[in-house]
Design a protein. Sequence first.
Length: 244
Amino acid sequence: MHPLNCLLVDDEPAALDILTHYVNQTPFLKLAGRCLGPIEALQKVYSEPIDLIFLDIHMPELSGLDFIKVLNGRAKVILTTAYSQYALEGYEHNVVDYLLKPVAFDRFLKAAQKALDQRSSLTPPNPTVPTQTVEEDYIFVKADNRTQRITLSDIQYVEGLGNYVSIYTDQGRVVTLLTMKEVEERLPERRFMRIHRSYLIALDRLQYIEGNEVFLDKKTAIPLGETYREKFFKALESKTLNKR
């Protein structure tokens, strides 16, 4: 039996140290990472398989309860907090358990065992059986010392700037510390496509193609990279009437 991959999320390093020690003492848990903030944690969840998150409620940028909403069931959650008044609301979000700080090891172990017992609910469905997935219609990014929500339908295109990206939306430009690869993994492939090393576009904004440029409107021309050209035109085949 494979251990549960655990992510620890808390803005207090001392609390992370305690949970790290507990995870290392529990044979069916494996530490996948430690995060001091929710945005870093979301990037971790989207980049590698996480089964269980030990999540603090009171954090800057995004509360633990709001984090659960954005998480959208991607992993099981055990809440950790010094405040008991949030227990009811936590259970309304279908968390596995609710641990009050300071967390004792026996209580930690009991909560972890509950998560292990629920492991079957994390097993991927049979691929031969069609399932309906719920597509998120927004993302959160950290920009200008705040956490900003961006609706996917507002995104026009994304430009890579090294370890930063500029997300161009109907409301303006948002610059955030992400790589193009991370953005590409976060956005649904059905709606967005990378067409250049430094550019990713919203497919529903595409107006026309001329030479090696893709136009989102009369003024916005995005270069079409040679590496991405074949995949791009293949994606458009089903929508092209005169293919000759």
